[in-house]
Design a protein around this ligand. Structure first.
Ligand SMILES: Nc1ncnc2c1ncn2[C@@H]1O[C@H](COP(=O)(O)OP(=O)(O)O)[C@@H](O)[C@H]1O
Ligand SMILES: [Mg+2]
Length: 304
C-alpha cells in the first residue's frame, strides 16, 4: 500500500529528557540504614524522552524536542536517543548548564520506585526558540508540561493545526488547567486525575475531565490497567499480566509513547488502550524506564 502521509514524523515529543541512575534494592531502606544494591542501571529517562524512545523502539518515526546541558549526562542522554533512532536535530545543548538527572530507588518487593530529581540548569524553551514547522510536522504531538508556557503554546498550536495531542501531566503545576483543556488526548495517572477533577471515582473523573474539551481522556491505574473515555463511551483495559514485575519506573512514560504512536496510526481507543497496556507491561520486566520497552514484533507475539 502506498502511504500518502506527508508528515515527516509519526510523533514529535516535546518536553523533558533526563539521565536516570537506578538502583534495585531487596527492600526499601529505613532512614539512616545502609543497604546493598542488587542491580544498578543507567539509562535515559524523562516523560517526553522515554515516550520518544518507545515510539522509536516500536518502529515509529519520532523526534525529540528537549534541552540538555553540555555535561556527561547530556552526552549520555543524546547518545541514548541516537542509539534508538530518535531524531535529535531539535535536542538543544545549553553551554555551561547541568542536565536533568534522576536518582531512582526501586523496591525489590513491589517493583515500585521512589524518584529524586534535579532539573539541572538547562532551563526551558521560550516560544521563540522552537522550530514550529518541524514540531508540527507530525501525525501526533506528545507533550508533557516541562516547558511551561511554551508547552501550552505547543499544545494549542498543534490542536489549531488539527494535530492530535497526547498530554502527560503527573501532578498539579502552573497551567495544568489550561493544558488539560487544550490537549485532545490527556493521559493521566489516577492520583492526579482524581485531584485535578475533584472527583472520588475514576469514572466521575474521566467524565468530568472529558467535559473540559478533550476528545479522549485516559486514566492509568498502575497494576489495575487503564480506563479510556470518549463521548459516552468508557472502556476499561485491565493490566496485561507479566511476570516477574521488576520495576515500574517509566511505565506511564512508555504508555504515553505507545498511545501517541497508536493515535498517529489512527487506531481506535479500545485497540490503542490494549496495545499501550501491553507495551507498558512488557517494560516492567526490566530495571529502568527504557531497557524493557518491546519492539512491535515482541508486542504481537505477546498479545494473542
Ligand atoms: N505492575 C504492572 N503490571 C502490568 N502493567 C503495569 C503495571 N504497572 C503499570 N502498568 C501499566 O503501565 C501503565 C502506566 O502505569 P501508572 O503507574 O498508572 O503510571 P505512572 O508510571 O505514570 O505512575 C498502566 O496503565 C498499566 O497499563
Ligand atoms: Mg507518569
Amino acid at each position: 500500500m502506498i502511504d500518502l502521509a506527508t508528515e515527516s514524523f509519526d510523533v514529535c515529543a516535546f518536553g523533558g529528557a533526563c539521565w536516570d541512575l537506578l538502583s534495585l534494592v531487596p527492600r526499601y531502606p529505613e532512614l539512616d540504614e545502609k543497604i546493598q544494591i542488587e542491580q544498578l542501571s543507567m539509562q535515559g529517562g524523562g516523560l517526553a524522552g522515554t515516550a520518544a524512545a518507545t515510539v522509536a523502539r516500536l518502529g515509529g518515526r519520532v523526534a525529540i524536542f528537549s534541552r540538555i546541558g553540555d555535561d556527561s549526562f547530556g552526552d549520555s542522554i543524546r547518545q541514548s536517543f541516537e542509539d534508538e533512532g530518535v531524531d535529535t536535530t531539535w535536542l538543544a545543548e545549553i553551554p555551561g548548564a547541568r542536565s536533568h538527572f534522576s536518582l531512582c530507588i526501586v523496591d525489590g518487593v513491589t517493583g515500585k520506585r521512589t524518584i529524586l530529581y534535579d532539573y539541572g540548569g538547562k532551563g526551558t524553551f521560550g516560544v521563540d526558540e522552537i522550530d514550529w514547522e518541524a514540531l508540527l510536522d507530525c501525525r501526533c504531538l506528545m507533550s508533557d508540561s516541562h516547558h511551561g508556557d511554551t508547552s501550552l503554546t505547543a499544545v494549542r498550536r498543534a490542536r489549531d493545526a488539527g494535530i492530535p495531542v497526547v498530554l502527560d501531566l503527573e501532578r498539579e503545576k502552573p497551567l495544568s488547567t489550561e493544558l488539560l483543556a487544550a490537549a485532545s488526548h490527556p493521559v493521566l495517572p489516577r492520583r492526579y486525575a482524581l485531584e485535578a477533577s475533584g472527583c472520588d471515582s475514576v469514572e466521575d473523573a474521566g467524565r468530568a475531565l472529558l467535559a473540559r474539551g478533550p476528545e479522549v481522556v485516559v486514566i492509568t491505574l498502575g497494576p489495575d490497567g487503564a480506563t479510556g473515555f470518549r463521548g459516552d463511551q468508557m472502556i476499561h483495559q485491565p493490566a496485561i499480566p507479566v511476570a516477574p514485575v521488576i520495576d515500574t519506573t517509566g511505565a506511564g512514560d512508555v504508555f504515553h509513547g505507545a498511545f501517541a504512536y497508536g493515535v498517529a496510526l489512527g487506531w481506535d481507543l479500545g485497540q490503542n488502550l490494549r496495545f499501550s497496556a501491553a507495551v507498558a507491561a512488557l517494560k516492567c520486566r526490566r530495571l529502568g524506564g527504557r531497557a524493557g520497552i518491546p519492539t512491535m514484533d515482541e508486542v504481537r507475539e505477546y498479545l494473542p
